[in-house]
Design a protein around this ligand. Structure first.
Ligand code: HEC
Ligand code: HEC
Ligand code: HEC
Ligand code: HEC
Ligand code: HEC
Ligand code: HEC
Ligand code: HEC
Ligand code: HEC
Ligand code: HEC
Length: 266
């Protein structure tokens, strides 16, 4: 039987981890669960636990209580997080352009290393998990975007790392269009004004840019005039989470009219 490359990678790194970590023998024959049974009673148990407690806790002498520790790492662990976890979980998945600052606070700020009653060994489910660090008030203003009200943080965001801004699961414009596909097909934002249509994101701009900017080799994006360094897209006019304004308008704009002046001298 030949395992696929991904499975093989995990398998190999687990074996290596076991090899590296199993040099301690003093704790191997002790039944840790005799005293620590509660740690593994969650409905989801970490597969690493079946490889033995001392796979991770190499530096615990369980014959003594309180345990003597032969290493510098807390809890008799073999290595500090996140390196301990990268022993079996490919590091590359956690090292994209944008990395969640939460990772630096430890993988166990979101995961239980042993077992949990929540899928993926999470300490709790989103959005509650997210609100342990992010101020809930910012997501609870007068007008709440439907997917935010539904707690669907992970429909738009990935938890670890992403090549897109703000840990997004997709490029910002495409992300909005996955649920609002119709918006790009008809004039938007300028009904009642003289212009036939308003640019909404990179796709519409590509035509204009290619006419004007052939020499400069620009991409098919334009920049947001109100937020330096950010690309212009739906989120330049609308907040993604919640606002005190109608239509999720940015700039605290209370009407369509008061929105325009934040980018145009009118
Ligand atoms: C995948 C690695 C890993 C395995 C396998 C593992 N642990 Fe842990 N354990 C940890 C980490 C990481 C912490 C520190 C958690 C923290 O600081 O939030 C920890 C903490 C602990 C603690 C301190 C109390 C607590 O709940 O945080 C005890 C006790 C413990 N482990 C016992 C065990 C026992 C017994 C086993 C086997 C059933 C085991 N561990 C298997 C990684 C592991
Ligand atoms: C006879 C009961 C008993 C057994 C067996 C036992 N432990 Fe413990 N363990 C305890 C007690 C009591 C504590 C809390 C006191 C302490 O911190 O040492 C503890 C604490 C720990 C801690 C937390 C240490 C810290 O720094 O906070 C870890 C990790 C741990 N045990 C791992 C293990 C592992 C791994 C095994 C099996 C190899 C094991 N224990 C076997 C009773 C036991
Ligand atoms: C000794 C190897 C090993 C170590 C060390 C290890 N894991 Fe795992 N982990 C596994 C295996 C095997 C699986 C099951 C296969 C998979 O989902 O990739 C797994 C699965 C998981 C899952 C998914 C659980 C699920 O139900 O889908 C999470 C979350 C996880 N590990 C977190 C961690 C964290 C956090 C650490 C560091 C504290 C860590 N792991 C360290 C081997 C390990
Ligand atoms: C901010 C909270 C948070 C932190 C910190 C975090 N994770 Fe996760 N992790 C999650 C969430 C949420 C999921 C579930 C994703 C889903 O179901 O879409 C997850 C899923 C996983 C999985 C299952 C496979 C996958 O990618 O879906 C593994 C393995 C994992 N995390 C390992 C880690 C490791 C290792 C670290 C530390 C380097 C870590 N996590 C830090 C929130 C976190
Ligand atoms: C353990 C604390 C912690 C948890 C839990 C946590 N975060 Fe974060 N998150 C942070 C910190 C710290 C930052 C960086 C400062 C900031 O932007 O608030 C951050 C930043 C972010 C960013 C902005 C990233 C960027 O590059 O602009 C997003 C998006 C995010 N978190 C989403 C989530 C989601 C979704 C969840 C729940 C699945 C979550 N966070 C859970 C601590 C956490
Ligand atoms: C409909 C998609 C969507 C949902 C659902 C969503 N977000 Fe976001 N989030 C975004 C977008 C888009 C940005 C980037 C906005 C920008 O600056 O252009 C963002 C930015 C962020 C940031 C960076 C700071 C900020 O406010 O700009 C954090 C933190 C964050 N989101 C956390 C969360 C949490 C927690 C949840 C769940 C309660 C959540 N998000 C739900 C789309 C979403
Ligand atoms: C997971 C699906 C989903 C995604 C992704 C999504 N939306 Fe929505 N959005 C909805 C739903 C559902 C509604 C409520 C029904 C409606 O008005 O169409 C809504 C409503 C809105 C409204 C009207 C709010 C009001 O009170 O009138 C705006 C504006 C909006 N979304 C902007 C965005 C922007 C900007 C993005 C990208 C950052 C985005 N949406 C991504 C599902 C989504
Ligand atoms: C230049 C600013 C601007 C941009 C960019 C923009 N919008 Fe809007 N949007 C508006 C204005 C103004 C309204 C209110 C129109 C009205 O009430 O007649 C609106 C209304 C909406 C509504 C609610 C009413 C409706 O038409 O369904 C949704 C949903 C929405 N926008 C989504 C999006 C999405 C998705 C994008 C990106 C593809 C986007 N918007 C880009 C300004 C903008
Ligand atoms: C977040 C910033 C922003 C807001 C708010 C905004 N615009 Fe624009 N607007 C732009 C950008 C960027 C362009 C494209 C400029 C370019 O071609 O380089 C544009 C272009 C235009 C054009 C020219 C369209 C064309 O076909 O060439 C008109 C007219 C216009 N906007 C009207 C409005 C009106 C009316 C509002 C209020 C409903 C508004 N804008 C709100 C950023 C904004």
């Amino acid at each position: 039987m030949k395992p696929g490359p991904r499975a093989y990678g995990l398998f190999t790194s687990c074996i290596m981890t076991l090899f590296l970590f199993s040099s301690n023998s003093f704790a191997a024959d002790i039944d840790c669960l005799k005293c620590h049974r509660k740690l593994t009673t969650g409905s989801v148990v970490h597969a690493a636990v079946s490889m033995g407690c001392t796979t991770c806790h190499t530096a615990i002498d369980a014959k003594t209580v309180p345990h003597k520790k032969s290493g510098a790492a807390a809890r008799g662990l073999s290595a500090e997080q996140p390196d301990l976890c990268y022993g079996c979980h490919a590091k590359a998945a956690f090292e994209k352009k944008g990395v969640h600052a939460a990772l630096a606070m430890g993988c166990t700020s979101c995961h239980n290393p042993h077992s949990s009653n929540t899928a993926k060994l999470l300490l709790s489910e989103a959005p509650g998990l997210c609100f342990t660090c992010h101020d809930k008030a910012l997501f609870s203003k007068k007008t709440i975007h439907a997917p935010v009200a539904g707690g669907m943080c992970l429909t738009c965001h990935v938890p670890h790392a992403s090549d897109e801004v703000a840990l997004l699961a997709n490029s910002p414009y495409e992300l909005c269009l996955t649920c609002h596909g119709g918006i790009a097909d008809k004039p938007h934002a300028v009904s009642g004004f003289s212009a036939a249509s308003h640019p909404l994101g990179p796709k519409k701009m590509s035509k204009r840019k290619s006419k004007r900017d052939l020499s400069s080799g620009t991409t098919n994006t334009i920049m947001d005039p109100a937020r330096s360094g950010r690309e212009f897209y739906c989120g330049s006019c609308h907040e993604p989470h919640s606002t005190d304004s109608p239509r999720l308008f940015r700039f605290n704009a209370k009407s369509t009219m008061s929105l325009c002046g934040n980018c145009h001298k009118m």
